[in-house]
Design a protein around this ligand. Structure first.
Ligand code: MV4
Length: 451
């Protein structure tokens, strides 16, 4: 096992990783930008190094500085958290070359899955259902038109280097397909330095289901069941829950097994998420992409299984075998997470920086709040607006909903604007309570006005 780990992240996830390390008896080295000087997670770490200016490109994204801190701090491993360098295959490769264990998949697996067309090839080989679409990158307008005519409109244009919904375009007919292809390729070239795009049949009003997996370096792969992350706004998830409220036992078993097959086929190790869209009309799921990192919403899977995913990531990165078999992983009760963001709903959800002048956090049986903020904390304008995650766990979904309503009503955050009012509205919405929503629900039903 490692004696010392560097945490290449900030905020809530840095705190989460440091806590897991402490319980494992592992020392931690934290890094921080000038904007995070004095942050709470630095106090809990054994050592902390400043790595640059507030903009992420001048600190948390600088591979050379993080590797320098790892060398000076004398660590054996780096945990990347989520965001920043967590899915950067080059960073994982540099870590390996410097003889520092990257706590995540190998750079080869990351590269294969980071390219969406190559990820779909792996899924196909593993007999995981794919959305009808082009066979790889489309190389001409004529080819794209032929594919669209075969699968039928609407079609979705996606960037092979994209992901998380970045650079996607819907085409309703041949005219919008031609315009969309050009626009998407230009955008993809700009954003990812890769203009490759592919086509998929656009599944209207789907649910977003993902499967948490964890794999060791000895060939063992387990899933920790699914999460339903359907409620989102502009590709920012708002609510995540497990079990998925609409899945039958048969579909749940199939989707979890499909995720495990894909991960085995890719030679993937450590924690990851296989993302699917679920067509409610057809009761069918389709593979979309793999997220090769620990995700924000990992706690709901921890609550229902009782497994600490961060500790397990560290153990398998150190070469240990998974300490459980698939049959020993329960799906106990229901867990729901909401993301609390410092955003102003009255102004199109723009970031709401400022100082938290008053903070009262809910508690009680089955309530967990993972957050780096405290009363007096100042939220700067530089990073993600998420200030914490409120997670509940109860025997049934109905009880979890009631618990979340109660917890949200106890929350007091003054000095900044937050998404709590929107979350309260969601938990009182009858369609959401009944599980009758899709990925367009928030923007279609709750926030129909233009920002
Ligand atoms: C789709 C889709 C419908 N049809 N693919 C969005 C995130 C990225 N990982 C994949 N995403 C989607 N892919 C097909 N073939 C719907 C989504 C999607 C979505 C699309 C538009 C607006 C919001 C969305 C939220 C979740 C999923």
């Amino acid at each position: 096992m490692f004696q010392r780990i560097l945490v290449a992240n900030r905020g809530e996830i840095a705190l989460r990783v440091i806590r897991a390390c402490k319980e494992l008896g592992i020392e931690t080295v934290a890094v921080f930008s000038e904007a995070d000087r004095g942050a709470h997670y630095l106090q809990l770490a054994d050592e902390a190094y400043c790595i640059g200016n507030p903009p992420a490109g001048e600190s948390y994204l600088m591979i050379n500085r993080i590797i320098s801190a790892a060398e000076v701090g004398n660590v054996q491993a780096i945990h990347p958290g989520y965001g920043f360098l967590s899915e950067n295959a080059h960073f994982a490769e540099v870590c390996r070359d410097c003889k520092i264990t990257f706590i995540g998949p190998t750079h080869e697996a990351m590269q294969k899955l980071g390219d969406k067309v190559s990820a779909k090839e792996i899924a196909k080989a593993a007999k995981v259902p794919l959305v009808p679409g082009s066979d790889g990158v489309v190389t001409s307008e004529a080819e794209a038109v032929a594919v669209a005519n075969r699968i039928g409109y609407p079609v979705l244009i996606k960037a092979t280097a994209g992901g998380g919904g970045k650079g996607m375009r819907v085409a309703m007919n041949e005219v919008s397909l031609q315009a969309g292809l050009k626009g998407a390729a230009i955008e993809a070239e700009k954003a990812f330095k890769n203009a490759g795009v592919y086509l998929e049949k656009y599944i209207e009003r789907p649910r977003h289901i993902e499967v948490q997996i964890i794999a060791d370096t000895h060939g063992n792969v387990c899933h920790l069941w699914e999460r339903d992350c359907t409620l989102q706004r502009r590709h920012q998830k708002l609510v995540e829950e497990s079990p998925g409220p609409t899945l039958t036992r048969e579909v749940r078993d199939e989707i979890c097994k499909a995720a495990v097959r894909l991960v085995k086929e890719a030679g993937y190790t450590n924690a990851g998420t296989v993302e699917f869209i679920f067509d409610q009309k057809e009761n069918k799921f389709y593979f979309i992409e793999v997220n090769a990192r620990i995700q924000v919403e990992h706690p709901v899977s921890e609550m229902i299984t009782g497994i600490d995913l961060i500790k397990t990531q560290i153990r398998v990165a150190a070469g240990e075998e998974l300490p459980f078999k698939q049959k020993q992983i329960p799906q106990n009760g229901a867990s729901i997470e909401v993301r609390i963001n410092a955003e102003d709903p009255a102004h199109g959800f723009r970031g709401s920086p400022g100082t938290i002048t008053k903070l009262r956090v809910p508690g009680g049986l089955g309530v967990r709040f993972d957050s780096h903020v405290y009363q007096g904390y100042t939220i700067g304008p530089y990073y993600d607006s998420m200030i914490g995650k409120l997670i509940v766990h109860k025997p049934t979904r109905e009880e979890a909903l009631a618990c979340m309503r109660r917890a949200l009503s106890e929350f007091v955050i003054e000095g900044i604007q937050t998404t709590i009012p929107l979350l309260k509205e969601i938990f009182n919405n009858s369609a959401f309570i009944k599980g009758e929503v899709d990925t367009t629900f928030i923007e279609r039903e709750l926030l129909p006005q233009k920002p």
